[in-house]
Ligand binder design. Structure first.
Ligand SMILES: *Cc1c(COP(=O)(O)O)cnc(C)c1O
Length: 380
């Protein structure tokens, strides 16, 4: 056994609030109703929130399906006792098919070769494997192009150990109001593909198109099931256009650390690599044990805020690999070991992941997904 199992860790923690996650799912369901099914997208470790814990919570809360990107992620959920159907959005690589089938994981089909592979493994195991087919209606990423669907469906219907039980597509720009025509065209092309399938006797149980922005910006795209990622975690400001009618949600992730050193800094001193910050007055500077190796990005240098003692404080100087500096001069009664909130809330102060992503010119998903394994995980 590793000595680290019982070893007290550095107090830099990502805390996933499973009660908030659960509340968000309930709130979304109240908003959208019971007539559709709900697929929770928990790929990439549930967007960095902890796939196993989030999935256990959502399974209890009555989610219908899970989606992951990798076969490995699907197996991880089965190993953790998740029993609801799991759609594997990514490919099936050589050697993975049998274990996927044995774990009752539903693969997504986007080429003939994989379908043939699954069919042959399913034949050996003497089972019929249900698959979902991804159609590329304009994302230009994975999926069968509409022009190739006719022959694809014909080939699929010749594979007796495969049953197409789902048809899906994915929107490229449902979050962008200027792309309304394009998104509607994607939906129209998808509906034609569904009709083509029907004309060939393919009658899938699931027909789905909508991701989080699709679901809320284009109610007509909800069809039989919605595939929700970001909205479950309340990562919404950068994926839902302002003014979108959405349910009440709460942030799920907080990022905290504690003060490692407090230092009196004289006016005129410079702080950190590259001397990018010069003290304009005598200051008190706190060093906190988090840096870009933890996923607290260097681009936040001299830009981001965090919260100490229910007050906002500025990040000063460069964020380095393991350390970040904060100007705590104006914080009353600041102490070594004091809690620092980098994402989350304290009193009336709050910092949303979207504020950090905006400073970095990215989206909130990249921040939560980018929190490294060096950060301790906690669940409440
Ligand atoms: C990631 C993903 C989703 C979820 O997208 P959000 O915008 O986070 O809701 C849905 N469908 C597919 C195919 C995906 O890859």
């Amino acid at each position: 056994m590793s000595q680290l199992n019982e070893f007290p860790h550095r107090p830099t923690e990502a805390i996933t609030d499973l009660t908030a996650l659960s509340g968000n799912f309930r709130s979304i369901k109240d908003h959208l109703g019971d007539s559709i099914q709900y697929m929770a997208v928990v790929k990439a470790n549930a967007y960095g929130h902890g796939a196993v814990e989030c999935s256990r919570q959502l399974e209890k809360d009555g989610v219908d399906w899970f989606a992951v990107a990798l076969a490995e992620e699907a197996i991880e959920l089965r190993d953790a006792g998740i029993t609801k159907p799991i759609l594997c959005l990514g490919g099936v690589w050589p050697g993975q098919a049998e274990i996927l089938i044995r774990n009752n994981i539903t693969p997504t089909m986007f080429n003939v070769e994989t379908a043939e592979l699954i069919n042959s493994v399913a034949k050996e195991l003497n089972v019929v494997v249900k698959v979902h087919v991804k159609i590329d209606t304009g994302m230009g990423r994975i999926g069968i192009l509409p022009s190739e669907l006719d022959s694809f469906f014909d080939r699929m219907t010749q594979l007796p150990y495969i049953k197409i039980d789902g048809l899906m597509t994915h929107f490229a720009a449902a979050d962008d109001p200027e792309e309304r025509d394009f998104t509607q065209e994607q939906l129209a092309v998808f509906k034609q593909a569904v009709e083509l399938a029907a004309s060939k006797g393919i009658a899938p149980t699931y027909i789905d198109a909508a991701n989080s922005p699709g679901t809320f910006v284009y109610p007509e795209s909800r069809l039989g099931m919605v595939r929700l990622g970001g909205i479950l975690y309340d990562l919404t400001d950068d994926i839902l256009p302002a003014g979108t009618n959405k349910p009440k949600l709460k942030p799920v992730l907080s990022l905290i650390t504690r003060i490692s050193q407090l230092k009196q800094v004289k006016k005129g001193s410079t702080l950190g690599y590259g001397r990018t910050y010069t003290a304009e007055r005598d200051m008190i500077v706190a060093a906190v044990p988090i840096g870009y190796n933890d996923g607290y990005k260097r681009g936040l240098s001299n830009k981001a805020k965090s919260i100490v003692n229910r007050q906002y404080v500025n990040v000063v100087g460069r964020v380095s690999m393991d350390w970040t500096l904060l100007d705590v001069t104006d914080v009353s009664d600041v102490k070594l070991g004091e809690k620092v909130v980098l994402i989350g809330s304290d009193g009336d102060c709050k910092i949303r992941t979207e504020e950090l992503s905006q400073m970095l010119g990215t989206i909130s998903y990249e921040i939560t997904c980018g929190l490294s394994s060096r950060i301790t995980r906690k669940y409440i």
